[in-house]
Design a protein around this ligand. Structure first.
Ligand SMILES: [Zn+2]
Ligand SMILES: [Zn+2]
Length: 170
């Protein structure tokens, strides 16, 4: 008999605890926090997807998944999302292009026909445009604008002049 009374007292106490305004307030706050977190995750998914995905439909699917399946949808999105930001992808592509262009501009070309030529070509093999002159002293290819041959140190003007003289005699 004592036992039964004690039990009903406990259950009454528990019931009054769950009916109390304090408990109602706590559940309300917890629910509000969970809803706020859910909506924040949906918003975060939208912001993150926009930076990683270019297709608006895929962004929509990511956001909808995050919205329809609270917390879990966002988790799935984090697992499946593209690893890179779009701006990083664009930047990398630009870098590759710039490097290609650098290589292309570093390759000497014939000023007349734009054919790639080597530094030591005297004439363009395609259009016969004069590219370099042979140093009359050492025979290495030098630019006609140079004052001295960088290979043998002879004054280039003199060397060329001497070459022209030789040509006149031949
Ligand atoms: Zn050429
Ligand atoms: Zn020389």
């Amino acid at each position: 008999m004592h036992y039964i009374i004690a039990q009903t007292e406990v259950s009454n106490e528990a019931e009054s605890f769950f009916d109390s305004p304090w408990w109602e307030f706590t559940t309300l706050i917890t629910k509000a926090v969970l809803v706020a977190l859910w909506l924040a995750l949906v918003y975060w998914t939208y912001k993150d997807a926009k930076r990683r995905i270019s297709d608006p439909l895929m962004i929509g699917i990511a956001v909808a998944t995050s919205f329809i399946f609270p917390y879990l949808g966002t988790l799935f999105y984090v697992i499946l999302r593209p690893p890179e930001y779009l701006e990083d992808v664009v930047e990398r592509e630009l870098e590759i292009q710039a490097r290609k262009l650098e290589v292309a501009t570093n390759t000497p070309r014939c000023p007349s026909c734009q054919m790639p030529v080597r530094d030591d070509y005297l004439v363009c093999p395609n259009c016969r445009q004069n590219l370099k002159v042979a140093c009359k002293s050492c025979g290495k290819p030098i630019d006609p604008a140079w004052r001295a041959c960088p290979f043998c140190g002879v004054d280039a003007g003199a060397a060329q002049a001497r070459g022209e003289e030789e040509e006149m005699f031949t």
